[in-house]
Structure formats: C-alpha cells, structure tokens
Design a protein around this ligand. Structure first.
Ligand SMILES: Cc1cc2nc3c(=O)[nH]c(=O)nc-3n(C[C@H](O)[C@H](O)[C@H](O)COP(=O)(O)OP(=O)(O)OC[C@H]3O[C@@H](n4cnc5c(N)ncnc54)[C@H](O)[C@@H]3O)c2cc1C
Length: 375
C-alpha cells in the first residue's frame, strides 16, 4: 500500500476513535445516525473521496474511497458504512457520470461537504429484484415531468436532501421506458415516510418515500435510458458492497481470535482445541482468497473493465462468506455470542442484509449463469 493510502487509513481511524466510537452504541439505540455526523464526515474529507477536486471531492482514486467503507465495516459500524457507501459510492458517481453541468455543480460540492445527503430510490413495495415492475410514473407536463409513486427500503431516506428516483416515462416500453430524476426533499409533494425498523444495522437510515406530483425539469441522464444507466452503475455498487463484506470479515475474525485466546475451557484456552483452530484457519484461508479476488475486481474497475458478471461474482462470494464467517465466529463465542452487548452478535445481524440488497444472491447467480451459458 502506498504511503498516501496508509496515512489516509490512519487519519480515518483517528477520526473514528474521536467522532464515532464514543457515540455509535447510542446511535444504534436511538435507531438513527444524527444528521450532523454527515457534516463532520464531510469536513474531515471522508465523503466522496474519489470525486474531482473541482466539485469539492478529494480527487482520490477508487482504492482510497473504498478504504472508508472497508474500515467502517471492519470496525463494526455497518449502518454508517451502508449509509456512506450509498451517498459517496452510488449517488455521487451517478450525478458525476450522468448529470449535466447544472446538476453537477448544484449537488456534488454539497454531497462532498456533507451539507447535502444523497439517496437513490429504485425499490417499490411491488418491485425489488424485478425493477421493471415499478409503478412510479413520470408524466410529461409543461416544462418538465410530474412524478408520482411510492418507494421503500430507501437508504438515507430520512436525511436525504436529494434523491435519484427511477420512474416510468413510457409505461408500455418495459425496461426501455424507465428514466431517472433528481428530486429534492424540499420539493412540493415529496414526503418522507417511516424510518423502518430492521433486525440489524439499527442506526441505518432506511425509509419509505412518497411522491405526489413532484415536478422535475429534466431527467438525470437520458430519457428512457434509466435502466441502462442503472445497469452501468451497478458494478460499482456491487463492488463497494464486496469491499464492505471483506472489511466486516476482517473485523469479525480479529475479534474472534482475541476471544478464543483468552476464553478458558476444559482447563485450556478455547484456541487450543483443534476444532477452533481448524474453523479459524479455514475462514482465514477463504478470506485471503476472497480478498485477492476483490483486489482484482478493484483493478478492473479502475481500468473501466469490471463487467456485470465479475461484479456479481464479487458480491455473491464476499457476502456469502461474510454471513458464513459471522455464523462460525459467533458459534465460537458460545452464549456470549448471542448477547447483544457482544460486537459479534451485532456483526452477525448486520451481515444478513448483505445477501439481499444491491441484488439478492439469487439475482447474482442469474447474471453469472447468463454470462456463462449465453442466455
Ligand atoms: C436495509 C436495506 C437497504 C436498502 N436500500 C435500498 C436503497 O437505497 N435503494 C433502493 O432502491 N433499494 C434499497 N433496498 C432494496 C433492495 O435492493 C431490495 O430489497 C432487493 O433488491 C430485493 O428486492 P425485494 O426486497 O423486493 O425482494 P424480492 O424481489 O421480492 O425477492 C425476494 C427473494 O426472491 C428471490 N429471487 C429474486 N429474484 C430471483 C431470481 N431472478 N431467481 C431466483 N430467485 C430470485 C431471492 O431469494 C430474493 O431475496 C434496500 C433493502 C434493504 C433491506
């Protein structure tokens, strides 16, 4: 790792020691990360790290940006990692890649500073994996579009000032009739619903959103090309989820190794039992293999060569490993692993959704199989 990346890593750890570690438990209890945290992160330079400097970013590369999500996940701040990755690694790149100059200069500097929070709303109660079934509609009106519909499970929905909304602009054209729009929380007809209660990532902001004839002057990107835009951006989303999964695995393995060394059982350390040693050795090996593959995918992404199938393999393999590793590690903690006050319990619950959002594991398998078989 370059010296620059190492310094970035160290300063992020120092920041988390001061600004997050003393409060994270409290935020989990409260069920929401306070809005001010976004400004604190932005001012410290930990949002939109790979955004160009002219738009307020740090001008770093993807490797540097990914460190934020990896370390947040490694330290067990999964809810914050999810919220930040949607903001910095999904919403900001969409606007940077698809936005016109007005859209970029209006939002990118604010996203980088934390003065604005970003969200992306595709999922609806009747349309998750099957996005083409979405009902949210954007009707052509004088001077723009009028958007009406309902979205659910939207990360950053409570705090988001700007939301990329997928809506049908041609209801008869299937995937070719979807467009993206940038809507603002302050827009008339934009309503934020409940912050949904989850089994893990308790402080994560996950909400319903309602749009009632919200006006937008123009789409983000091209009209009726929304589905194609989503497909183009999804590899980065899946890669960043994989990087979070690797971070979480490192964190869980570290805490388990520490625990089994000090836990006494049958007159010896739990780490002296052959089962413990084999379980941990197996997990560590799988983690090393997965890390090497994800690193390869990062290289491909940086050279604009990360395909949908490779990104799907990354997400499938790393998130399945994360859930398996969480279960195996928790088992070594015995009853203590089932107690909420033990970080392994929180990590176990936080992990589960990784196999669902950003495309369920089964959807990843479909994409990989299509690439392999050709249909
Ligand atoms: C905490 C959280 C945060 C989220 N954040 C966002 C967000 O910011 N923005 C957003 O738009 N969405 C978000 N989502 C939604 C998420 O992307 C969807 O939940 C996910 O795509 C699955 O859709 P669904 O829940 O409707 O499940 P369904 O589509 O109903 O799928 C249910 C199950 O069916 C199976 N399945 C699905 N497709 C196939 C297939 N092709 N072949 C075989 N089996 C299949 C899978 O096992 C899947 O889990 C979030 C969800 C959660 C839980």
């Amino acid at each position: 790792m370059s010296q620059e990346l190492e310094l970035f890593r160290q300063s992020l750890h120092r920041f988390l020691d001061q600004e997050v570690a003393p409060h994270y438990h409290e935020w989990e209890e409260a069920g929401l990360i306070p809005r001010d945290v976004w400004k604190t992160l932005g001012r410290a330079g930990f949002l939109c790290v790979d955004m160009p400097i002219e738009y307020g970013g740090c001008g770093g590369d993807f490797n540097m940006s990914a460190i934020v999500v990896e370390i947040l996940s490694q330290r067990g701040y999964a809810a914050l990692a999810t919220n930040v990755s949607v903001h910095s690694d999904i919403v900001a790149p969409y606007i940077a890649h698809l936005g016109n100059e007005e859209q970029k200069s209006q939002w990118l500097p604010k996203l980088a500073s934390g003065d604005a929070v970003g969200a992306i709303a595709m999922t609806e109660p009747g349309a998750g994996s099957d996005l083409q079934a979405m009902k949210c509609q954007a009707k052509k009106v004088d001077g723009g579009y009028s958007i009406s519909g309902q979205k659910t499970f939207i990360t950053n929905g409570q705090h988001a000032d700007v939301c990329i909304v997928a809506a049908k602009t041609d209801v008869n054209a299937g995937a070719k009739g979807i467009s993206l729009f940038l809507l603002q929380k302050s827009d008339q007809g934009y309503d934020v619903g409940t912050n949904l209660k989850k089994i893990g990532q308790h402080s994560g902001d996950t909400s319903e959103l309602f749009f009632n004839e919200v006006f937008a002057k123009e789409p983000l990107g091209e009209l009726n090309k929304g589905f194609m835009h989503l497909m183009n951006e999804l590899p980065r989303e899946r890669l960043i989820l994989s990087i979070g999964a690797i971070g979480a695995c490192i964190g869980m393995l570290d805490m388990t190794v520490e625990y089994v060394k000090q836990r006494q059982i049958f007159g010896q350390a739990l780490s002296d039992l052959q089962n413990t040693r084999f379980v941990l050795a197996h997990l560590d090996t799988q983690l090393s293999v997965s890390q090497a593959f994800i690193q390869q995918c990062i290289g491909l992404y940086e050279n604009q060569q990360l395909t949908a199938a490779m990104a799907s393999k990354a997400k499938l393999s790393s998130t399945e490993l994360q859930c398996q590793l969480a279960d195996d590690c928790l088992q070594l903690f015995g009853g203590y692993g089932y107690m909420e006050e033990y970080p392994i319990a929180r990590a176990f619950l936080d992990a589960r959704v990784q196999r669902i959002y950003g495309g369920a594991s089964e959807v990843m398998k479909e994409i990989i199989a299509r690439d392999l078989i050709g249909k």
